[in-house]
Design a protein around this ligand. Structure first.
Ligand code: MLT
Ligand code: ZN
Length: 469
């Protein structure tokens, strides 16, 4: 049936909307930014431009029992957009209208294909602010951010995507269009379906419109960098900063391997003596910046920083952030294998988690790098290698080490994913964290929205076990 659906969709939406078999771009829709190369060829990709087209695809695929995998910009890191069961990839990349920015009521209404960084620039031009800032903001899309409940450095002060999604238009499998949520700052009318859709990685419905909460743009911001001898002292400093009275907007860490990989590749040069860095940002009124930076500098000194550097000019700050956002890409370029995780531990356990990663590295001989949103306990643990990523033994070894990272995380009271989602690659490890009872309730929830199990099948929740444990 999957072959037949291509012709059916071409007739319904026009050949221009369908990338079918033999098209040179089709393979792109079978890949994303997953840790180890995964490729699942779809029968076709449909580039929808309107809600009506999304509804037509979901109606026709339900009628013909063809699996559908929704896709934003394909920047996901866990295989959430990979069409594991074949069928149709439904891309929202052509839904790029930013429809309304309401500066009196502080919200905007947007289609899902708008690139997150573009949305931020558009609202900032009106003195407004959309805080969630995933590192991929130059190419990820806002619909994908909502589908994965993306975070980013500013989540430390401002929270993750879910806290900004006020309302959604969602198309369900079968083609029904559902509008939920509100445009008001508060609202507790009925069940919170918006929160229920955000973070479900396109397994409940396809997001076709979002209403997002905006804030007034802070008039000023400054960046401060604490240079530390090693990751352990930097981690201890993070704990100290969390317990102090400071309230930065960002509190990040990067270890030596993460810093070294971007040397010579970014405009900003990290100091040669940096064994680890703690990166902070403060925002607020211009006249408060100097005092805030002084206090942070004193705290960093007290917590053992070798050096404290500040960036206040917009161009300097932009260079520091360019360098930070390059870490993931540079590690990917430097290693043939990069299994990047985004585990999250209770904030009091960061130092222990860093030590556990060191131990796993020493015992497995696998190189690691750790960076990320330490203020949230959210660490991007990277397992790195130069072996052949297609070799099953190599893959098993890397995933074995990743499992040890997950076990350590759960033992410390943490969670498998702080911001990237579960998708395909972390699904096998869900039982490390969640009970069979909890998984079963989630299967029932999925069944409610997608009784035919056709929408993004094979993701997040592992299947039932064949026999009782
Ligand atoms: C980041 O914060 O840079 C990312 O979420 C990317 C990554 O984990 O590789
Ligand atoms: Zn991140």
């Amino acid at each position: 049936m999957s072959g037949e659906i291509v012709g059916i969709l071409e007739r319904e939406l026009g050949a221009d909307a369908v990338i079918g078999p033999g098209h040179e771009r089709l393979d792109d829709y079978g890949r994303d930014e997953s840790p180890l190369p995964e490729f699942f060829p779809p029968s076709c990709a449909v580039l929808c431009a309107t809600t009506a087209q999304v509804a037509a695809v979901l109606r026709l695929c339900a009628e013909h029992r063809v699996p559908v995998t929704p896709r934003g910009a394909g920047s996901g890191m866990c295989g959430g957009a990979l069409p594991v069961a074949g069928g149709v990839v439904l891309s929202t990349e052509r839904m790029t209208a930013l429809r309304d920015i309401d500066d009196a009521s502080l919200y905007c209404v947007t289609e899902p294909g708008v690139v997150t960084g573009r949305l931020q620039e558009a609202v900032e031009a009106q003195g407004l602010f959309y805080p969630p800032d995933p590192a991929s903001l130059d190419y990820c899309s806002i619909g994908g951010n909502a589908a994965t409940n993306a975070g980013g450095p500013r989540a430390f002060k401002y929270g993750v995507t879910r806290e900004y999604v006020l309302g959604l238009e969602v198309v369900l499998m079968g083609g029904e269009v559902l509008r939920c949520g509100r445009r008001t700052a508060k609202g507790v009318t009925g069940y919170d379906l918006v929160a229920g859709f955000v973070g479900t990685e396109g397994t409940f419905g396809v997001i076709t419109e979002l209403t997002l909460k905006l804030l007034p743009k802070p008039p000023a911001a400054a960046t401060v960098l604490g240079v530390f001898a090693d990751a352990a002292t930097a981690g201890t400093a993070i704990t100290g900063l969390l317990r102090g009275g400071l309230r930065p907007s960002v509190l990040e860490i990067a270890d030596r391997a993460s810093i070294d990989v971007i040397r010579g590749k970014s405009r900003y040069r990290f100091p040669a003596n940096a064994g680890a860095i703690v990166l902070l940002e403060v925002d607020g009124e211009a006249e408060d910046m100097e005092r805030a930076m002084e206090r942070i500098g004193m705290e960093l000194d007290r917590l053992g920083a070798l050096d404290v550097l500040a960036a206040t000019e917009p161009a300097d700050r932009a260079n520091v952030w360019e360098a930070r956002r390059l870490i993931s890409k540079c590690l990917k370029d430097a290693y043939r294998i990069k299994v990047n995780e985004d585990v999250c531990v209770p904030r009091g356990r960061i130092v222990e988690m860093l030590a556990r990663v060191d131990r796993i590295s020493a015992e497995t001989g696998i190189e690691t790098a750790v960076f990320g949103h330490a203020g949230d306990g959210n660490l991007h643990v990277q397992l790195l290698g130069q072996d052949d990523p297609e070799d099953p033994a190599v893959r098993a070894r890397m995933w074995g080490a990743a499992e040890r990272v997950f076990v350590a995380t759960v033992e410390l009271g943490g969670t498998l994913s702080g911001e990237h989602g579960i998708g395909l690659s972390k699904m096998p490890y869900m039982r490390l964290e969640q009970s069979e009872q909890l998984l079963e309730w989630q299967r029932r929830w999925k069944q409610l929205w997608d009784p035919q199990q056709l929408l993004n099948p094979g993701k997040i929740i592992p299947g039932r076990r064949a026999c009782a444990e």
